[in-house]
Ligand binder design. Sequence first.
Ligand SMILES: Nc1nc2c(ncn2[C@@H]2O[C@H](COP(=O)(O)OP(=O)(O)OP(=O)(O)O)[C@@H](O)[C@H]2O)c(=O)[nH]1
Ligand SMILES: [Mg+2]
Length: 363
Amino acid sequence: MVVRSAEEAVRVIRDKLGDKAKVLSVRQVGGEGLKRFISSPKLEVIAQVLEDGGAAMQEQAPMPEPQRVVPETKDEKVAVSPKQPVQTQDVSSSNISDENKLESKSLSNFDLLAKFGFDQSLLSDIQSWANWKTLKDASIADALKEITIGLSDRFRGLESFPVTEKVALLGGPGVGKTTTLCKFLAHEVFMNKTTPSVLKIENGVPNPDDALRIFCEVVGVTLYRESESLPEVNQQCPLFLDFPGLAMSEIEEWRNANEVLDNLQVETRILVVNGAYDRDIISKYIRSARYLNASHIAITHFDEMSNSTKLWPIIFNSNLTPICVCNGQNVTGDFSTSVLNQFISKTFPEELYSKGFSTYQRL
Ligand SMILES: Nc1nc2c(ncn2[C@@H]2O[C@H](COP(=O)(O)OP(=O)(O)OP(=O)(O)O)[C@@H](O)[C@H]2O)c(=O)[nH]1
Ligand SMILES: [Mg+2]
């Protein structure tokens, strides 16, 4: 069903489907960013009717089970089959002439990966792996499999900070902090059925909130502007803090934010970065974020990235727990906490998988 507010969704679900209905997914219709809410907020709600025995009648394709937003650094399982679906990349066979394709047959695995747009810094890292000597002469299928396993193991080895009930979204101007916050809110309200609140911080920097205010109204969340008036915060009533953009080199701004976060006892401090930005810029933001003791990292604009290879070394060296990946402007969708799977699915271009697959066929 398509509704205009969370309240309407709850009413319609109760009237039409009864008390046993469970919300499976909520999607913003239109998908044109947060500002869309100012003109015409509409939500597409997919609900499931649970029968008495617990069996489910579902009209739509099966959806993933709702779950609390926690970083999945430890438990994710990643398929390493060469048949794994991957997104189409910029640097793909469409950019490579047939002549080059033929020529690439005689290239080493290293050259082949570089040719297909693999990030140089990640390639250098991989060359320092203990098994690189065997990898470099292995079939491309085996190389892809081993690289996938190597990256996944390293990812799972990252420190995993817990997510607490007070969560702040921080980062440079315009990187997608408020949009990411709204994605968390929608997840909390519809999937986890909690009652979150939002605190908007200005801290001397203007932080306009039209779109955020309207989104909060739509999902039935209270937006506070003063920390003095906040309600009690606990697991069932989490608090999300929306900060203005912090300038990359204005360390004082990051220090001030740290003070605000300390005073409000906020432990989960998510640095939001635009994944499509240049590697050096992202790294600078990560360095600045040390001044406010960031604990997690969220990647936005993943949809605009041709491949994710540059992000691996950045994440491995960041000391931050990857918490989510945002794949678009849709504030009630385009959001995933399966960061490892998202990274893997954008690591190898499809052509390399098919190349790997054809070497299997030859065996
Ligand atoms: N393509 C794409 N656009 C996004 C994504 N996340 C946010 N945006 C868009 O990026 C723009 C900025 O998003 P905001 O959430 O307002 O960014 P912000 O960091 O809160 O900005 P300031 O508060 O002004 O510092 C908006 O047009 C969003 O719709 C994403 O994952 N992909
Ligand atoms: Mg904002």
